[in-house]
Design a protein around this ligand. Structure first.
Ligand code: SF4
Ligand code: SF4
Length: 93
């Protein structure tokens, strides 16, 4: 089974409080050419919005893997766990 297929098995209890913030959107726009967050996140949480010229964050789908804490070359992602009781829950284990 492919990773994207497995993602359909994941269930979420979405916290209305966004637990992921881009610290400085100007860093994304002006300094980060490659925008690796759009590739390293297994849940595709980050997407470059060409119209708005900013990273759009679909925090609701975060799998809490922690990769973005080390993956952003500018340390520009302020990531915290969702509040207790919220976030990802796993089906079948
Ligand atoms: Fe912005 Fe970091 Fe993503 Fe680059 S990797 S676009 S600095 S959040
Ligand atoms: Fe994506 Fe993992 Fe970061 Fe969540 S913790 S946004 S799944 S890279």
């Amino acid at each position: 089974m492919k990773l994207d297929d497995k993602l359909y098995l994941v269930r979420f209890n979405t916290d209305k409080l966004n637990h992921i913030k881009i610290s400085d959107p100007n860093v994304c726009l002006q300094q980060c050419q490659d925008k690796p967050c759009t590739r390293f996140c297994p849940a595709h949480v980050y997407d470059w919005d060409e119209e708005e010229k900013r990273i759009a964050v679909g925090y609701e789908g975060c799998l809490e893997c922690g990769t973005c804490l080390i993956g952003c070359p500018f340390g520009n992602i302020n990531w915290k766990y969702p509040r207790g009781g919220f976030g990802v829950s796993w089906k079948n284990g």
